[in-house]
Design a protein around this ligand. Structure first.
Ligand SMILES: [Zn+2]
Length: 298
């Protein structure tokens, strides 16, 4: 089965790792043809046509650090970390939902990597080992400590989040977080912790949040989620005992929904009409694609 475009996946830029490690190749790319993604804080500037806006390297403020996003054909594409007030790049992204609906999927992916990277650079200007300043290295895919005796090297992080469909005799366990819109239920999720496999994180999170024990955890699909830099790892698991004990500090509610209820809720996504048992997550969320996958597999 083919999976529909996953939001923030599928950038058409070639990440060209060999260029990151070659200062000469990087310098050669920073010519008049190079493009720098235009950002306002961490949000992209969008053209009247609804596409990402780019500017020339020459128009980037003096002293900005440039992150090499990748190659568009033979042309280098970059994002700039502001030299003045880099903390400005850490502000929230109030229009994220509108941007997800507006931008074409490959452009959304390009913004996603730029957002994650600019945010990481803005938050890592000082060495976590010794507190001295750090400078950008390897085209922005590393920061190095400037204190010689420390020599700390820092790399952009990705934070893994397990998100899981749990099935019991054809029914699906979904939960409600307090911040969800009215009626919304979605897959349970939580950060993978140090020392855990993905499978262990799935089992722990489902038990912590809903009191349900699971077995046979399988990976299904994933989604980069640049707020600030998560990787959503979509899984499926089985439960033998459907008894639920909701952790009210994490969830408003968790319930089993029948296949028919899930199908009806998914059918209603994007339609302006009353829905049945619950509101399903939107297509920009990997939970939506997981539910679609589950319905299709029968
Ligand atoms: Zn250091």
């Amino acid at each position: 089965m083919t999976i529909d475009a996953i939001a923030f996946a599928g950038s058409k830029l070639d990440r060209a790792d060999h260029i990151r490690t070659s200062p000469d190749a990087l310098r050669d790319l920073m010519d008049w043809r190079a493009r720098v993604l235009e950002l306002d804080g961490l949000e992209p500037v969008v053209t009247p046509e609804g596409t990402l806006s780019w500017r020339t390297i020459g128009s980037v403020p003096e002293g900005s650090e440039l992150i090499f996003l990748g190659l568009d054909g033979t042309r280098g594409c970059f994002a700039a970390v502001p030299s003045e007030n880099p903390a400005g790049a850490m502000v929230p992204t109030p229009h994220a939902r509108e941007l997800m609906d507006l931008l074409h999927s490959d452009e959304l992916a390009t913004w996603g990597v730029a957002r994650a990277m600019v945010s990481w650079h803005a938050r890592h200007r000082f060495c976590a080992r010794c507190g001295h300043t750090t400078v950008l290295a390897k085209g922005g895919w590393q920061r190095n400590c400037t204190f010689e005796t420390c020599g700390g090297e820092h790399f952009p992080r990705v934070d893994p989040v397990a998100i899981m469909l749990v099935e019991h005799e054809g029914a699906m366990l979904l939960g409600r977080q307090p911040r969800f819109p009215a009626g919304r239920y979605s897959a349970l999720a939580g950060f993978v912790e140090p020392g855990e496999t993905i499978e262990e994180a799935v089992a722990r999170e489902v038990f912590e949040e809903a009191g349900v024990r699971v077995r046979d955890v399988n990976y299904v699909m994933s989604q980069p989620w640049p707020f600030p830099s998560s990787l959503m790892i979509g899984c499926h698991a089985h439960a033998d005992d459907p008894a639920i004990v909701v952790d009210r500090t994490e969830l408003d509610d968790a319930r089993w929904f029948t296949r028919a209820e899930v199908a009806e809720a998914m059918d209603a996504v994007g339609r302006d009409e009353p829905v049945g048992a619950f509101h399903a997550p939107p297509p920009t969320a990997v939970a939506h694609h997981l539910l679609k996958w589950w319905l299709a597999k029968g």
